[in-house]
Design a protein around this ligand. Structure first.
Ligand SMILES: Nc1nc2c(ncn2[C@@H]2O[C@H](COP(=O)(O)OP(=O)(O)OP(=O)(O)O)[C@@H](O)[C@H]2O)c(=O)[nH]1
Ligand SMILES: [Mg+2]
Length: 285
């Protein structure tokens, strides 16, 4: 409210500047008062700008992880003609030797030795198939590309078989392409990405072994790779991943489940998760 002294000052000004000044002052006072009252009435709330996860998406991700745990070893094939029947949906894990493909499959399926992982590059030498509670939904562990220590002739044969698989396999929905976060986008990775793009095959990229970097540098590496891909017009999805500390498991699980046509009402046909063995020890891989 205007007190008398203020009013008289304003009135004196009005003598010089006319009525508009008084009106203006009154409006300003009214506005200030209403703002003040609103602020007093409003309950004090802490505003959170953090993005809340969508509960439906979270439920899908954890169901997908559960489903992936039903993975069972199906067979290993040295060549395309000996692979399991080409029906249903399949996602293959591709990447340079030692990028962490087999370890990622083990982490994703929560089974220690489902796929054979090793410090020695070139460990996976065949196309290894795993079913996901249903032979028509599969994961494939591929031999790594670009491993120099393999004899030249052997390398040529592998690369040829890998190429045949990638080009001819009808059930192949897409690739999970793994790159060591410390050495991303090497020559073979780029070849693979460009080829997948030209074939309109989906690719989901994992920057693996993210535990080797601190959080800041890891996020920066992710950003850098995203920008480089954008510049090349290769707009594939990408995430950080670590088999060691399980970073990115749920994100990967929901991408895979979506691409393999998994739905929440899909049952395991009576198979209980607790009945599934931890490892498929002696199968040839
Ligand atoms: N620190 C760390 N090490 C990892 C991770 N993932 C894999 N490794 C290690 O990297 C090495 C290679 O892992 P593999 O899973 O065998 O790699 P691969 O891509 O299947 O290799 P190939 O079969 O030769 O193509 C092993 O010593 C793993 O223990 C990870 O997330 N963090
Ligand atoms: Mg392997």
């Amino acid at each position: 409210m205007l007190d008398e002294s203020k009013f008289s000052v304003i009135a004196r000004f009005a003598l010089y500047y006319g009525k508009p000044v008084i009106r203006c002052e009154l409006y300003m006072h009214r506005y200030a008062k209403s703002k003040d009252t609103k602020a007093k009435l409003a309950p004090k709330q802490k505003i959170s700008y953090e993005k809340q996860p969508d509960p439906a998406l979270t439920a899908y991700a954890s169901q997908s992880l559960n489903w992936l745990r039903s993975a069972e070893f199906l067979m290993s094939a040295p060549k395309l003609s000996l692979c399991v029947e080409d029906t249903g949906y399949e996602i293959a894990f591709a990447g340079r030797s030692n990028a962490g493909k087999s370890s990622a499959i083990n982490a994703l399926t929560n089974q220690r030795q489902l796929a054979r992982a090793s410090k020695r590059p070139g460990r996976t030498q065949m196309l290894n198939f795993f079913s996901l509670g249903n032979p028509d939904q599969r994961l494939v562990d591929l031999p790594g590309y670009g491993y120099a220590a393999v004899p030249e002739e052997m390398k040529r044969v592998w690369q040829k078989e890998l190429e045949n698989y990638l080009i001819q396999r009808q059930s192949l929905q897409g690739l999970v392409l793994l790159m060591d976060i410390r050495h991303p986008l090497q020559h073979f990775d780029l070849m693979m990405l460009e080829w997948a793009y030209s074939r309109q095959l989906f690719v989901h990229i994992l920057l693996t072994k993210s535990d080797k970097l601190n959080r800041g540098p890891a996020n920066q590496a992710l950003l850098d790779v995203k920008q480089r891909l954008k510049k090349m017009n290769l707009n594939f999805s990408i995430q950080l991943f670590s088999s060691l500390n399980k970073q990115g498991l749920e994100e990967l699980a929901s991408v895979m489940a979506g691409r393999l046509n998994y739905t929440l009402d899909q049952t395991l046909d009576g198979v209980k998760l607790s009945d599934i063995p931890e490892a498929s020890a002696d199968d040839e891989q």
